[in-house]
Design a protein around this ligand. Structure first.
Ligand code: UDP
Length: 243
């Protein structure tokens, strides 16, 4: 059994610990929720447990489809063992349907389907409000090489294909989501989490939001929405909770 040692970082939704394996870390998923670059704070009961399990199911699915991820093992209901990566300071957003900041940027009504998926890059800097970056900005910052940008774009589209099909089978439309990548032995690896905190998920039949927008926009039934996504995921991803 791997030993959980020292906390090295506390983020908005997770704490990170070293382990007795220098190449591995543990992510402890918290119930804390923030929005608007940390300006809105709260708690979502059971969120840590839900997000750890959904992330596990989705990373296992992606690994099976040939996407390299940091995932190793879900240790218990909210602790996930992963490879230790050097994270890039870039967030990759993949969009199928206009919502949130893209709807505002293009003057589209939320829910407008896009002609093809759109990939965006943002600078991981809360103090700057996670600003939009183009490839020249990324090169200027030295945040990633041209080749890494191309690979993140390609992997983002692949992840989108896999997740879109998976959620569709659960009666959920994948509107958009955010990915984070890191480097291990010089290779790009998908890190962080994929959960209702980092995706927009709408019920296919009713259009009801089943993601963090319920918290951001004070829509109520936040816990229920997260639990609903987990129960649908568990319905087809049998190995979840298998720790
Ligand atoms: N997102 C995220 N973390 C961020 C910014 C965005 O997980 O720091 C996710 C968000 O949940 C949504 C997608 O990325 O699924 C696109 O978000 P958008 O740019 O529309 O920003 P928002 O409207 O959430 O500010």
């Amino acid at each position: 059994m791997v030993q959980k040692l020292e906390q090295i970082y506390e983020g908005k939704a997770k704490k990170i610990f070293t382990t007795d394996d220098p190449e591995a870390i543990i992510h402890e998923f918290k119930d804390d929720a923030t929005a608007f670059d940390g300006k809105k704070k709260g708690q979502i009961g059971g969120k840590g447990l839900v997000n750890a399990q959904i992330t596990t199911a989705l990373f296992q699915l992606l690994e099976n489809q040939g996407v390299r991820t940091h995932f190793r093992k879900l240790l218990d209901d909210r602790n996930m063992l992963t490879d230790r990566l050097d994270m890039l300071a870039v967030e990759v957003i993949v969009r199928n349907i206009a919502a949130g900041s893209l709807a505002k940027r293009l003057g589209y009504e939320e829910g407008t389907p896009l002609k093809k998926p759109i990939i965006e890059f943002c600078y991981k800097r809360d103090d700057l409000g996670d600003p939009f970056l183009n490839e020249d900005h990324i090169e200027e910052l030295g945040a990633a090489t041209k080749e890494q940008v191309a690979e993140m774009r390609e992997t983002g589209l692949k992840v989108n294909d896999v997740l879109r099909r998976f959620f569709d089978e659960l009666g959920i439309t994948l509107i958009d989501f955010k990915l984070e990548f890191g480097l291990k032995d010089g290779r790009l690896v998908l890190g962080d989490e994929i959960s209702p905190d980092s995706c927009r998920l709408w019920d296919k039949a009713t259009g009801e939001k089943l993601d963090k927008d319920r918290f951001r926009r004070d829509l109520g039934k936040v816990e229920e929405a997260y639990q609903e996504v987990l129960s649908r995921v568990k319905g087809i991803a049998k190995e979840v909770g298998n720790f």
